[in-house]
Design a protein around this ligand. Structure first.
Ligand SMILES: [Zn+2]
Ligand SMILES: [Zn+2]
Length: 140
């Protein structure tokens, strides 16, 4: 077994997800891709795997904090890998950057969020922290 496979199984075990052949494959692809992806990206990459199996795999990853969703305004829900330190939905609150040219979305987990002062009795249930511009590849 390659060290890459061990790494992926470790990541799954860490989030209490039982490693399976499909889960290992999908997670390996996501780690190597390193960018946000949509369900159709996944279907394209694994055209030999049943679509409902892929979708179920993704939902399992989402429920166990392996991936988080991003609504980047493109109309397609994107998913991105979580860092190993994020453990609850509140940890997923970070900025995202969508390139307006190639449409790729990136996580910006290191950028601190501004503290937001709400009027009394207001509660935030959802937020969309998406910055738009040009990525490194497109900004030439
Ligand atoms: Zn770009
Ligand atoms: Zn993210």
């Amino acid at each position: 077994m390659s060290s890459n496979n061990l790494n992926v199984e470790h990541k799954l075990n860490e989030k209490s997800v039982k490693p399976t052949a499909v889960r290992n494959l999908v997670l390996k692809y996501l780690v190597e891709r390193g960018k946000a992806f949509s369900v159709s990206d996944l279907e394209e990459a694994f055209d030999t795997i049943d679509k409902s199996t892929l979708f179920r795999t993704l939902k399992t990853f989402e429920q166990n904090d392996l991936v988080h969703t991003i609504d980047d305004g493109t109309g397609k829900l994107k998913y991105a890998l979580c860092t190993s330190s994020c453990n609850s939905s509140t940890d997923h609150q970070h900025f995202h950057f969508t390139c307006q040219k190639c449409g790729e979305t990136f996580c910006l987990p290191k950028t601190e969020l501004p503290s937001i002062e709400l009027p009394p009795n207001f509660a935030i249930l959802e937020s969309n922290l998406v910055l738009k511009g040009l990525c490194n590849d497109c900004n030439t």
